[in-house]
Design a binder for this molecule. Structure first.
Ligand SMILES: CC(C)(COP(=O)(O)OP(=O)(O)OC[C@H]1O[C@@H](n2cnc3c(N)ncnc32)[C@H](O)[C@@H]1OP(=O)(O)O)[C@@H](O)C(=O)NCCC(=O)NCCS
Length: 430
C-alpha cells in the first residue's frame, strides 16, 4: 500500500552502516568528520540497485573551521553521483534523527522518494579557534596591500585578543556543561547514584551480549580507512556495580552530592552512522534486502532550560506523540532511548510516569501508564556504545529498525539534545 488511511504517503526507515565507535583520541582519531563520513556513505550506497538517492542529509555537531556544508563535502569526496543535492543539518545530539525526519517530511509532501541520512562526529579533531579580535586583525593582515598596511593592521592587536577559543560541551546561554546541567536535574528528581550505576551496568551488559550474539555484525562496517577498529571499543565486559560505585563524581566534585561519573555518563566519542529514508517507490531503488520499518510519526519539543531542565524535552515530546497516535507506553515494545547520562534516562522516565508533569508541561491530560523499563535499550545505549553526537540518531534508528524486523511491533526512538530540545519518532514493523 502506497498511502496511509489519511492519504499521506508511507515512509520507511532502512538500516544503514556505521563505523565502530571509539573513544576520543582512540583508533578513529586520524579521521575528521568528513573522513569518517566518506567510507560510511560509500558503504551505504552499495545497497543501491539502481540510480541515486534524491537527497543526502548529513550533520555534525561540533563546527569545523574549514568545512561548512559537511553533507555536500562528504558526498563529493566519496566520488558519488554529483547531481544529488545535499543538506547539512544540526540539532545537537538529535542531528541525524532530524536529518531522517526532514527527509521523511519531504517524502510525505511528495517531493522526494529516497534519501541517505546520517551524521559524523570527530571529537578528536575539535578545532581550536582564535578570538574574534585576533581573527579580525589576521584577516586584515592577510588582505593588506603591502608591508605598511600589514604592520598597521597588526597594530590593532590587543592583549585581550591573545586567547584561544577552545570549544567545550557547554550550553552557550548558561555556561554550564551538559554534565553540570544533568547534575542539577538529577538532584531535582532525586535520582540516586546506585540506580544510575545499575542502569549504566545494564547498558554495558546489553551491548556486550548484543556483540557476542552477532547483532551488530551487519550494522557495523569495517574499512581500509580505519583498519585499527572493527568493533565498538567502549563497551566493557569487565565492569561491575562495585567498580562503577568507586568512580568519583566528575561534574559536581565540590558539594559532596555529585553522582554523575565517567562510568554512568556517555563518553566523548568518534564515529559516523547512516540510514536510509524511503517511500514505497524509493524502496524499489534499494536492491538489497535491508532491514526496514515504517516511520509512523515524530515529534520535536523544546523546554525552558532553567525551569524544566536542559535534557527534559523528550518528556514533552513522547506523551504528545503517543497521545496523538492514541497509544500508551505499554503499546511500545522497543524503547530506543539516547543515554546522554544514565541519570537523564531515569529522570525522563520519572517525568513520563508523572501525570501532573505530563498535564502541566506537555499539555497531555491522559493516562499513558508506566514506562516499561525492561524494554529500554536491549542492545545497549550511548553510555556503553558511545555517543558521537552527529551519528547517534542514525545509529539508534538503524538498530531500532533491525530489532523491529526480528520482534515485530512498535519502537519509540527518543533523543534529548543540548539547547533544551528533544526529538522522538515512532516506528512500526512491516
Ligand atoms: C564523563 C567524562 C568527563 C569522563 O572523561 P574521562 O575522565 O576522560 O573518562 P575516562 O574514560 O578516562 O574514565 C575515567 C576513569 O573511569 C574509569 N571508567 C569509566 N567507565 C567505567 C566503567 N564503565 N567501569 C569501570 N571503570 C570505568 C576509566 O577506566 C578511568 O579509570 P582510570 O582513570 O583508572 O583510567 C567525559 O567522558 C565526558 O565529558 N562525558 C560527557 C559527554 C557528554 O556531555 N555527553 C552528553 C551529551 S548530550
Amino acid at each position: 500500500m502506497n498511502t496511509t488511511a489519511d492519504g499521506a504517503r508511507n515512509v520507511y526507515v532502512c538500516a544503514g552502516p556505521r563505523t565502530a565507535f571509539a573513544k576520543i583520541d582512540g583508533p578513529l582519531a586520524q579521521l575528521d568528520a568528513v573522513g569518517l563520513g566518506v567510507p560510511v556513505v560509500q558503504e551505504a550506497t552499495k545497497a543501491l540497485a539502481r540510480g541515486s538517492p534524491d537527497l543526502v542529509v548529513w550533520g555534525a555537531v561540533i563546527p569545523s573551521l574549514s568545512v561548512s556544508h559537511l553533507a555536500r563535502e562528504i558526498w563529493l569526496d566519496a566520488r558519488l553521483d554529483p547531481y544529488v543535492p545535499a543538506l547539512t543539518v544540526v540539532q545537537q545530539c538529535a542531528t541525524s534523527l532530524a536529518a531522517a525526519t526532514h527527509a521523511a517530511a519531504q517524502m510525505k509532501a511528495g517531493r522526494i522518494d529516497l534519501a541517505l541520512c546520517g551524521g559524523s562526529e570527530s571529537m578528536s579533531n575539535v578545532q581550536t579557534g582564535l578570538t574574534r579580535g585576533m581573527s579580525r586583525v589576521l584577516r586584515r593582515v592577510a588582505q593588506a596591500k603591502g608591508p605598511g598596511q600589514a604592520l598597521q593592521a597588526l597594530g590593532g592587536l590587543r592583549l585581550r585578543h591573545v586567547k584561544l577559543s577552545i570549544p567545550g560541551v557547554k550550553e552557550r546561554t548558561t555556561g554550564l556543561t551538559m554534565g553540570e546541567h544533568a547534575e542539577i536535574t538529577t538532584k531535582e528528581w532525586n535520582i540516586d547514584r546506585e540506580s544510575q550505576d545499575r542502569f549504566a551496568l545494564g547498558s554495558h551488559r546489553n551491548a556486550i551480549a548484543a556483540w557476542e550474539g552477532g547483532f551488530f555484525d551487519d550494522l557495523v562496517m569495517t574499512s581500509d580507512a580505519f583498519p585499527q577498529i572493527e568493533r565498538d571499543g567502549i563497551p566493557r565486559a569487565d565492569t561491575s556495580l562495585e567498580k562503577l560505585a568507586n568512580l568519583p563524581p566528575v561534574f559536581d566534585r565540590k558539594s559532596g552530592q555529585g553522582t554523575l561519573t565517567a562510568g554512568n555518563s556517555s563518553p566523548l566519542t568518534d564515529g559516523a552512522a547512516a540510514c536510509w529514508v524511503a517511500t514505497e517507490r524509493g524502496l524499489g531503488r534499494l536492491g538489497q534486502a535491508l532491514y526496514r520499518a515504517r516511520l509512523l510519526d515524530w515529534e520535536v519539543a523544546a523546554v525552558d532550560i532553567e525551569r524544566d531542565g536542559l535534557l527534559m524535552a523528550p518528556s514533552l515530546a513522547v506523551p504528545r506523540l503517543l497521545a496523538r497516535q492514541g497509544l500508551r507506553y505499554s503499546d511500545i515494545g522497543l524503547w530506543e532511548v539516547h543515554e546522554a547520562f544514565a541519570a537523564q534516562v531515569l529522570f525522563t522516565i520519572a517525568a513520563l510516569n508523572d501525570r501532573g508533569w505530563l498535564k502541566e508541561r506537555a499539555g497531555v491530560d491522559a493516562d499513558l501508564g508506566t514506562v516499561p523499563e525492561d524494554r529500554i535499550n536491549p542492545v545497549g545505549g550511548s553510555v556503553a556504545l558511545g555517543h558521537p553526537f552527529g551519528a547517534t540518531g542514525a545509529r539508534i534508528l538503524s538498530q531500532a529498525v533491525k530489532r523491529l524486523s526480528e520482534t515485530g511491533g512498535r519502537a519509540l526512538v527518543s533523543i534529548c539534545a543540548a539547547g533544551g530540545m528533544g526529538h522522538v519518532a515512532l516506528l512500526e514493523a512491516v
